[in-house]
Design a protein around this ligand. Sequence first.
Ligand SMILES: *Cc1c(COP(=O)(O)O)cnc(C)c1O
Length: 232
Amino acid sequence: MHNIPQQISRIQHTIAAITSKHHRPPQSVQLLAVSKKHSALRIAEAFSAGQTAFGENYLQEARDKQNELQDLPIVWHFIGPIQSNKTREIAENFAWVHSVDRLKIATRLSQQRPEYLPPLNICIQINCDNEASKAGVTLEALPELVDAISQLPRLQLRGLMAIPAKRENMLEQQRVFQSLSDTLALLNQLDEQEPTPRFDTLSMGMSDDMEAAIAAGSTMVRIGSAIFGART
Ligand SMILES: *Cc1c(COP(=O)(O)O)cnc(C)c1O
């Protein structure tokens, strides 16, 4: 059986080592523990090891675990595909949504975000491989979506998210992540009235491509199997 606290500490050390190797400031990469298909008990174990941010893909599964764990101050991130009839429950029960790729969904999330909660943190999901079968907006369509989402009062657009297809080697993988990183930098340049960069989040990197993502500027790696073991 997987020793979760030990895996968390191992991953944190790996993230710190990679961050320093690529000359990035310490603590510039946050660990999001992706707990889909793993029980509330395992999430509680990870929480006891100091992990507070958890990512879930499936709403009903996430809601069940949230109910079991409601006494823990967990920061919940929704990272899965979003159906428009599920936006209310997402807006009410998560702090972050990483998988927004169309205005209709963003508009509903903003309208349905309760007043007693702070604005919902949003990342726009990019389809970096231009695969029709994949979720995400194309880089061409991104500026228009950024403008529109920026107008929505109950959302805080934080940055971009991507799940690129596997590449031959780390350099190829890094190149894809770098294009996302450059895109975020460009969006921040366009936004010149702001003294500090408005968009601060690049949600990229998973168990198998974490180093390439961090080398290219990831600020949040989404790690599942390397913490919790294989999903069955
Ligand atoms: C499952 C999942 C992850 C975690 O993947 P691992 O390979 O288990 O680290 C990260 N991001 C998203 C969007 C996922 O669906």
